[in-house]
Design a protein around this ligand. Structure first.
Ligand SMILES: Cc1cc2nc3c(=O)[nH]c(=O)nc-3n(C[C@H](O)[C@H](O)[C@H](O)COP(=O)(O)OP(=O)(O)OC[C@H]3O[C@@H](n4cnc5c(N)ncnc54)[C@H](O)[C@@H]3O)c2cc1C
Length: 234
């Protein structure tokens, strides 16, 4: 699915689901794997119990592999999530393409959160067109410099240093459902940067589709310090 102006999120692979969580949890009582399900109601109750009491390890038995195209500044935040595996296109090997993120609306500093920003339509001091023009000009100029450096013989790994943070990159992320919930709880929240939040909300939709019982429990009881709420809902 498309995220931002040119970004992408694809679920490439998936292993497990709600039943994997249930099987992993019920092995504690030496249950036969074939009879792990006790019917929808009891299974759901078990998943709720696990989430409520933060018995999170059974959720590690489900794994998602995503393919993502996102701007570098988003990926910088993304890769802080260490409980996942990553592989990314290398600017040392390939000529980078001029695919840049161009936000069409400017955001201004938030009054309440020093890190944050807000959309403020109608503010006469803020001109979306001027903002977009500056970003596009800077990106095109930087890319011209990048090509120039390559043309005079600079190595790709060096030429790339002039490129800006709004350049798109591509990577794989393989993550278990527990670490994914940690990611979603932090990055779908209102205080996350708007751009990474869009990716997080998209992943949240996939999570809800693939693990409906777990997702409901996550919404009701939250993950870790995140206590569940409407935050993060698209
Ligand atoms: C709104 C927001 C603002 C942020 N601002 C900043 C900022 O200003 N500066 C900055 O540097 N970062 C910032 N971050 C990044 C943040 O500090 C985390 O690095 C990031 O959210 C990853 O979270 P995590 O460590 O829980 O995830 P993961 O790395 O995926 O870890 C998952 C869990 O595993 C456990 N774990 C992982 N590694 C260790 C370890 N080494 N030791 C013990 N337990 C471990 C922890 O329980 C952790 O919660 C911000 C994040 C958010 C959401």
């Amino acid at each position: 699915m498309q995220v931002l102006d040119k970004g992408e999120l694809r679920l490439m692979d998936f292993m497990g689901g709600d039943m994997s969580v249930i099987r992993a949890a019920r092995v504690s009582n030496d249950e036969n794997p074939e009879d792990a399900s006790k019917g929808r109601e009891k299974d759901k109750k078990l998943i709720n119990y696990l989430m409520k009491h933060q018995h999170h390890t059974p959720f590690e038995h489900t794994v998602f592999q995503f393919y993502i195209q996102a701007p570098l500044f988003v990926v910088r935040e993304w890769h802080r999530h260490r409980m996942a595996s990553y592989n990314e296109v290398s600017g040392r090997y390939v000529n980078l393409a001029p695919i840049f993120y161009f936000p069409d609306r400017i955001r201004v500093p938030a009054d309440t959160n020093k890190q944050g920003s807000v959309f403020r339509p109608g503010n006469p001091n803020v001109d979306d067109q001027h903002f977009s023009g500056l970003v596009q000009e800077a990106s095109a100029d930087a890319f011209r410099r990048y090509e120039e450096l390559i043309s005079i013989g600079a190595a790709k790994e060096l030429a790339r240093i002039v490129l800006p943070l709004n350049l798109y990159t591509r990577f794989y992320m393989t993550v278990n459902a527990r670490a994914l919930m940690n990611f979603l709880s932090l990055r779908s929240a209102d205080d996350a940067q708007w751009e990474i939040r869009q990716y997080s909300l998209a992943m949240q939709g996939i999570f809800a589709e693939k693990m409906p019982m777990t997702y409901e429990a996550y919404e009701e009881f939250g993950y870790g310090n995140y206590k569940g709420s409407n935050q993060g809902k698209a």
